[in-house]
Design a binder for this molecule. Structure first.
Ligand code: PEP
Ligand code: MN
Length: 339
């Protein structure tokens, strides 16, 4: 941490700040120029709040230089994390995995139809919601346990990993036998009790960025999972709320290279929720892979106009197959392959 004192700061004020920093556990290095004193604090605690120092008399500004997370930081594993699955698939390596499926599991017929089509096109994971976090309590809330069973059956039939959203702690045990990846949705990114419980299990977690979360907050949420001992964490950029209303969210593609710089964790791009519009999903998916995404999450429905949720952003199966062909051309240009 760097503390710049005001030009007019008295020696007593400077000494007070030094004493407080030492008390907080910092080793303090002082440099005094013609008019200004700057203090460097080394050895911070992770949960340190710079505002505490900013409020001290005589302080002009305070800058944090180390991240508030440790396990999620790139330094913890400079080579990067690769999340591996039983069938040889992985996320975070050279190959980009495509996860696809309907927003919600609606029926056996729907799920099996979509699963077969996405598998044929080259998806490696089936993503479908059995528990749905809906903005309105009057909207379809998901099929629950029956949906999970269908997901597992379809996943096994078409050789697809199964990804589904967990909304609360009580669903974890119920879901364990059915899913390969637990999704934590945007609305639950800061449900810290849920994160703590998911930190205790030994199954991958796909952690979506909150609707208005900074990347630092996303990485702090990942830190909850990692600090419980679960190292199989995959992050997900799914668009953030901005002043733009043309798209459902603003797909923050810059989050992808930024996360790669700040963290060793792989990152998925979800252009379906990122744009909310079927016609904008493919360009954002291609751009995400070009930007370095380790996986994609794409909503697909065989009859989007009849979907129980997110029909407008769900691709038709032929659009998905075409996107897969385009992805196979883009990925090699940036040194990747589509799994
Ligand atoms: C979803 O993946 O269907 C979903 C609800 O996404 P998010 O949590 O990103 O809104
Ligand atoms: Mn959805």
């Amino acid at each position: 941490m760097i503390v710049a004192m005001q030009d007019a700061a008295s020696e007593d004020q400077i000494q007070h700040v030094i004493d407080q920093l030492v008390h907080m556990g910092f080793e303090v290095h002082r440099s005094t120029g013609a008019s200004k004193t700057v203090l460097g604090g080394v050895g911070a605690q992770l949960d340190f709040d710079t505002r505490e120092v900013e409020m001290m008399p005589g302080v002009q500004e305070v800058h944090r230089i180390t991240a508030p997370y440790k396990l999620a930081g790139r330094n913890f594993r400079p080579e990067g994390t690769v999340v591996k699955f039983a069938n040889g698939l992985e996320i975070g390596g050279k190959k980009v995995m495509v996860m696809a499926g309907p927003c919600s599991v609606e029926s056996r017929e729907q799920l099996f139809t979509v699963s077969e089509l996405i598998a044929k096109a080259g998806a490696k994971a089936l993503r479908g919601g059995a528990f749905k976090p809906r903005s309105s309590p009057y909207s379809f809330q998901g099929m629950g346990a029956d949906g999970l069973k269908l997901l597992r059956e379809a996943g096994d039939r078409f050789n697809l990993l199964v990804v589904s959203e967990v909304m609360e702690i009580s669903q974890i045990d119920l879901m364990l036998p059915y899913v390969d990846i637990f999704q934590v949705g945007a609305r639950n990114m800061q449900n810290f009790n849920l994160l703590r419980e998911l930190g205790k299990i030994r199954k991958p977690v796909l952690l979506k960025r909150g609707i208005a979360a900074t990347l630092e907050e996303l990485l702090l949420s990942a830190e909850y999972l990692l600090s419980g001992g679960n190292y199989e964490i995959i992050l997900c950029e799914r668009g953030i709320r901005t002043f733009e209303t043309y798209t459902r969210n603003t797909m923050d593609i810059s989050a992808i290279p930024i996360v790669h710089k700040l963290s060793h964790l792989p990152i998925t791009a979800d252009p379906s929720h990122g744009t909310g519009r079927r016609d904008k999903v493919a360009p954002m998916a291609l751009a995400s892979v070009a930007a370095g995404a380790d996986a994609l999450l794409i909503e697909v429905h065989h009859q989007p106009e009849k979907a129980f949720s997110d029909g407008a952003q769900s691709l038709y199966p032929d659009q998905f197959a075409k996107l897969m062909d385009q992805l196979r051309m883009i990925a090699p240009a940036v040194g990747r392959e589509i799994a």
